[in-house]
Write a protein that binds this ligand. Structure first.
Ligand code: MG
Ligand code: ZN
Length: 223
């Protein structure tokens, strides 16, 4: 019997994540790992971002889902490059899965890769995919207590998008209290309250996405 202990699996994931980083380094490509619960609005946020950024940003998308291809189909309609990853039951993506999907994207002709992780606020935060940045997605309908209850993803993220802002008046979500909790967990976290439906706040979020693109690009040589 072959027994893998958690430490071995973690080490294997870290090795695969390094391999993904080496591949992405060659293309100077930044990868954003989008993490949020089911129904937090990750796909809708992507749809609206793709529509707003148009040809200013060529997206390559990896869609993580347990079984369906529904989200990938929604994004494909917008004309972006999408690879679907079905985890067949697993509740998060790992670096090996992403390593299989990356070469299926036209890496030389996209500006930014976004991985939509499986809808889950817990373990996706524990698995390095070889990404450059994690972005936490939390909708105001999920409740103000989520950063305190699931601190890891908010601690690891570079940005947090608070979605469904148009529904704020119908909830008990306390935007200022959540901002305070997020700042305590992660003082460098950039927070973007948005409504993909009305477009409120989407401009600032899209500007942030655009600013991430050149992070790994080599400066043009002077000679
Ligand atoms: Mg989705
Ligand atoms: Zn999981």
């Amino acid at each position: 019997m072959k027994v893998f202990v958690v430490e071995d699996l973690r080490a294997a994931n870290e090795e695969m994540a390094r391999e993904n980083r080496r591949l992405l380094e060659r293309y100077g490509l930044v990868v954003v790992n989008l993490i949020g619960g089911p129904g937090s609005g990750k796909t809708t946020l992507l749809e609206k971002s793709i529509a707003m950024l148009g040809d200013r940003l060529r997206f390559g998308i990896i869609e993580g889902d347990i079984y369906t291809t529904r989200d990938a189909a929604r994004l494909e309609k917008l004309g972006v490059e999408v690879v679907q990853l079905n985890t067949a039951g697993a509740c998060h993506l790992d670096a090996a899965m992403v390593g299989k999907a990356l070469p299926e994207l036209p890496l030389a002709s996209v500006d930014l890769v976004v991985v939509e992780n499986v809808g889950n606020l817990v373990c996706p935060a524990e698995f390095d995919l070889g990404e450059d940045l994690k972005v936490a997605v939390l909708s105001v309908t999920e409740g103000s207590d989520k950063p305190a209850k699931y601190p890891l993803v908010f601690h690891e993220a570079k940005a947090c998008v608070l979605t469904k802002l148009d529904l704020l008046p119908y909830t008990d979500f306390d935007l200022e209290a959540v901002r305070g909790e997020l700042a305590a967990l992660n003082p460098a976290l950039e927070v973007f309250p948005v409504s993909a439906r009305t477009g409120e706040g989407m401009g600032a979020w899209c500007q942030w996405l655009l600013r991430q693109v050149p992070r790994k690009r080599q400066p043009a040589s002077g000679c």
